[in-house]
Design a protein around this ligand. Structure first.
Ligand SMILES: [Zn+2]
Length: 322
């Protein structure tokens, strides 16, 4: 009798502990402001009027999970689709892919680089790779001048082995930090970072401030594609502001947040997810808050988190362009 009483107590304690942990992880947290007061120009400079840019999106895979796992305060009963997306950007001077999702050998790469826990945590359904998509539309690697990646976590760098002759544009700091961290950090797959055949190109922020960002890079000198530093999620993450010929302006923010709803509410990721994926959690919080302010100050701007399926699908799917 006494034994049964003790095991009932133990079971109760376990239920309470699990309940407490879930409550702690998913409890809505709102980022109220930056750690230090900032004097910020939130409004972006006027968009260029003469852009000839065409833009198109594609998804190389996805996974579905309750929104409550994507950001704190998310709905437990709302299904969120996370996508491994990429964007084909055509500028009169060059065509490039921004992000790019997962590649042809992802099943092997996943199995070889992840332990059991991470393999299940980051389970995905693969659809069509960028390489396959281009081929299906009569294009090939040679039609892509370069690939720009916001950062080098596995789910972004996974496009690299499929485009070995195509320059990969990142910040130098990002590549150096990724190579260093890849030894222990499961978010990086070392094999994507050390292949001597990969041609790296480094983006330097040699231009002046852009809105609240203290430096930038006007990639074609015509203000149609502006790269801005967004370190936080990784050591050298960056974002891209792209103005299309249609006049629409997009802000590709990589993984600073996984969800536009989270940015609207300034809600961060769950603590356990932040600890796994973010390089500098307080810095990411500042940026999520900043994105909320940018969103309010630039109502015509479309903020695009790389993995938010609901946002990505609002852009024309390849081979259709905006
Ligand atoms: Zn990612």
């Amino acid at each position: 009798m006494k034994k049964r009483y003790i095991s009932a107590l133990a079971a109760g304690a376990i239920v309470l502990a699990i309940g407490g942990m879930i409550t702690y992880q998913t409890w809505p947290r709102t980022i109220e402001g930056p750690r230090e007061p900032m004097e910020l120009t939130l409004e972006f400079p006027a968009a260029p009027q003469n852009s000839e840019i065409r833009i198109s999106q594609f998804s190389t895979g996805y996974n579905i999970s309750p929104e409550a796992l994507i950001y704190t305060g998310g709905n437990f009963f709302e299904q969120h689709q996370s996508v491994y997306s990429g964007f084909v950007v055509e500028h009169p001077r060059s065509t490039f892919i921004l992000e790019g999702g997962i590649g042809t050998n992802i099943a092997r790469e996943h199995a070889e680089n992840f332990n059991f826990f991470y393999e299940n945590l980051f389970a995905y359904t693969a659809t069509e790779t960028a390489k396959e998509l281009l081929a299906a539309n009569g294009k090939s690697q040679s039609d892509v001048d370069f690939i720009a990646l916001t950062h080098l976590h596995w789910d972004h760098a996974a496009i690299i082995p499929d485009f070995l002759d195509t320059p990969i544009l990142v910040t130098e700091n990002e590549l150096n930090a990724a190579r260093e961290e890849a030894v222990e950090n499961q978010s990086y797959f070392q094999e994507y970072l050390i292949n001597p055949e990969t041609e790296w190109e480094f983006l330097e922020f040699t231009d002046g401030p852009y809105g609240p960002f203290d430096k930038s890079k006007d990639m074609f000198g015509d203000r149609t594609v502006i790269a801005v530093p967004m370190a936080g999620h990784t050591a050298g993450s960056m974002g891209f502001v792209v103005t299309a010929a249609s006049g629409k302006r997009y802000f590709f923010i990589g993984d600073t947040s996984w969800s536009i709803e989270a940015i609207k509410k300034a809600h961060p990721r769950l603590p356990f997810a932040e600890n796994i994926v973010d390089h500098d959690v307080p810095m990411v919080h500042d940026q999520v808050w900043l994105l909320q302010q940018i969103m309010k100050a630039n109502p015509d701007l479309m903020i695009v988190p790389t993995h938010d399926g609901n946002v990505v699908k609002q852009i024309s799917a390849y081979p259709a362009f905006e």
